[in-house]
Ligand binder design. Structure first.
Ligand code: PDD
Length: 287
C-alpha cells in the first residue's frame, strides 16, 4: 500500500496528494517519468535511470527540478516512508502548472515533481515468469519520439487493454514495415534458431530500456551473441524463444505471440537463465 507521496517538496498522505488542475502534465501530457526497481530496499540501476531522466527533460527543454543528490534523498525517503522492500519507485516531472496555453510557460514556472514508491510481490513476478506471458501485436500508433520517456501513454494503455481482452499480458507494437518496435511498456527480444539474441536497434522508434542496456552488459560478460536489428512478427513467431525486458519485469519469457506458441510453448532456457542472472549485472545502490 502506498502511504505517502512526495509532491513538490512535501511528503503528503496518499489520500491528499495532488497536483494543480492546470498542470501541463494533465492538460498536454507535457511530462516525463521514470520507473526504477527497488530490490531488498535498494534502488536498481539508479545511475542509468537518473541519466535517462536528465536526457528526457533536456530533450523537451524542461528544467532539471533538483540536483542528483536531492533526487537520491527524495527517492530514498519515499521508499523508507512507504516501507518498500521489493517494489518500485515512480518519478514524474511535468513542465509545471499555468493557465492553459500551448506555448511554454515563462522560465520562473517550476516543474511539478512527484515521487511515489510501492511494493510489488517478488513471488507473484516469479510465478508469472515460470509460466511465461502471452503478447498480442498491434499497429504502432505512437509518435516519432518514443526515445523520450513521456507520460503520453494513451496508445500504450489502449494496446494493453486490447491485449488483456485476448488474455495477453503485453502488447507488441508493429511498425508500417511489419517489424516489431517494442512492447507497450517493455523492450522486445527473440532468440533465433542458432541461439543468437535479437532486439531492435536503438532509434527514435523505441525507448532505450535501462534493463535492455544492463542485459547487454551481461550478454557481453557471458559471451552471448547479440544482433541489434529489426525483426518481423513472423520471425518472432518462428523463434526459439522470446522475452520482454523492463524495470518491472526484468526478463520475462514470452510463450505466445498472437496465440501462436513460441518454441515448445514453455519459457525458454536462455530467457530463464538471463532472468536468474540479470541482477548480477545491475547496479544496487547503497541505502
Ligand atoms: N516502462 N519501452 C517502453 C515503451 C517502456 O515504457 C519501458 C518501461 C521500456 C523498458 O524500459 P526499462 O527497462 O528502463 O524499464 C521500454 C515502465 C516500466 C513503465 O512504464 O511502467
Amino acid at each position: 500500500m502506498t502511504r505517502t507521496i512526495y509532491v513538490n517538496g512535501q511528503y503528503q498522505p496518499y489520500a491528499e496528494a495532488c497536483v494543480h488542475a492546470e498542470d501541463r502534465g494533465f492538460q498536454f501530457g507535457d511530462a516525463v517519468y521514470e520507473v526504477c526497481e527497488v530490490r531488498r530496499g535498494r534502488l536498481v540501476d539508479e545511475t542509468r535511470h537518473m541519466q535517462r531522466l536528465a536526457r528526457s527533460l533536456s530533450e523537451l527543454g524542461i528544467p532539471q527540478p533538483m540536483s542528483k543528490g536531492a533526487w537520491s534523498r527524495v527517492m530514498r525517503e519515499t521508499i523508507r516512508r512507504n516501507r518498500v522492500g521489493d517494489g518500485l519507485v515512480y518519478l514524474q516531472v511535468s513542465r509545471g502548472a499555468r493557465p492553459r496555453d500551448f506555448l511554454f510557460p515563462p522560465h520562473d514556472v517550476k516543474p511539478t515533481v512527484v515521487c511515489l514508491a510501492r511494493r510489488v510481490s517478488p513471488a507473484r513476478l516469479e510465478a508469472a515468469a515460470a509460466e511465461g506471458i502471452a503478447v498480442k501485436t498491434m499497429p504502432d500508433t505512437r509518435w516519432a519520439r518514443c526515445d523520450i520517456k513521456t507520460v503520453m501513454l494513451l496508445p500504450a494503455s489502449l494496446a494493453k487493454e486490447a491485449a488483456r481482452g485476448e488474455g495477453a499480458k503485453e502488447a507488441w507494437f508493429v511498425d508500417d514495415t511489419g517489424h516489431v518496435t517494442e512492447g507497450a511498456s517493455s523492450n522486445a527480444w527473440i532468440v533465433d534458431r542458432e541461439g543468437r539474441l535479437i532486439t531492435r536497434q536503438i532509434d527514435n522508434a523505441i525507448l532505450r530500456g535501462i534493463t535492455r542496456t544492463t542485459l547487454i552488459d551481461l550478454l557481453r560478460r557471458e559471451g552471448v551473441e547479440l544482433v541489434e536489428r529489426v525483426f518481423s512478427v513472423e520471425e518472432a513467431q518462428a523463434a526459439r524463444e522470446a522475452f520482454i525486458t523492463s524495470a518491472t519485469n526484468f526478463v520475462m519469457p514470452v510463450v505466445r505471440i498472437d496465440g501462436k506458441p513460441i518454441g515448445n510453448g514453455a519459457p525458454g532456457l536462455l530467457s530463464l537463465k538471463l532472468r536468474a542472472e540479470f541482477h548480477t549485472a545491475a547496479e544496487h545502490a547503497e541505502r
